[in-house]
Write a protein that binds this ligand. Sequence first.
Ligand code: SAH
Length: 213
Amino acid sequence: MKDSFRQQGKRKQLVETIKEKGITDEKVLAAIGKIPRHLFMDSSFEDHAYQDKAFPIAADQTISQPFTVAFQTQLLAISPGEKVLEIGTGSGYQTAVLCELGAKVYSIERQQELYRKTKRFLNELGYRPKFLSFGDGYKGLPSYKDYDKIIVTAGAPFVPKPLLSQLKIGGKMVIPVGIENQTMYLFTRKSAKEFEKKEYGEFRFVPLLEDKN
Ligand code: SAH
């Protein structure tokens, strides 16, 4: 798998672009600067890999826009060793960013084709998430709770209760909520029953789907 000087150079420019758009977390910027995003995309799109845009991947899904990946990750303020649950593995790009930050990553994907492909690919690239699961993200992964952080990478029509309940006290969850457009929310679990909720602007994601295909 090739990572040319040209691609590395374009990646540096991408880091500058997302910095200008407001990403300040140095560890997040370093992760974006390190991960060969072009390898997460079909070869016909390789030239577009270092534009700050979402792109189609397999099974009608998208690899999220780098700014969005960085923004959600920055909101979670991840420390090495934290247990992070990701909903929507997709291409595995966000998974790789979490791994670069030293998180213990658990991730769920509902499309079997993507689940299989991404599992193999992340392994080839040397990323070692703790557990990749094929299943329904609305339910979370209760067997591995409690999570320090949860990141939802598809647009949720509502906030799934099981996800909030799998968050440890003091933990944070970032989730885009809405149908056409989504509002980014950051939940912080204050106690068993109390959650603080903050809002962070409008985004666009593919939908978090309820039924398996
Ligand atoms: N984190 C991904 C973003 C992929 S787009 C990346 O960096 O590439 C969102 C992903 O969520 C898609 O792969 C989609 O199949 C998946 N998805 C949608 N509904 C889901 C659900 N209920 N459970 C798990 N994954 C889901």
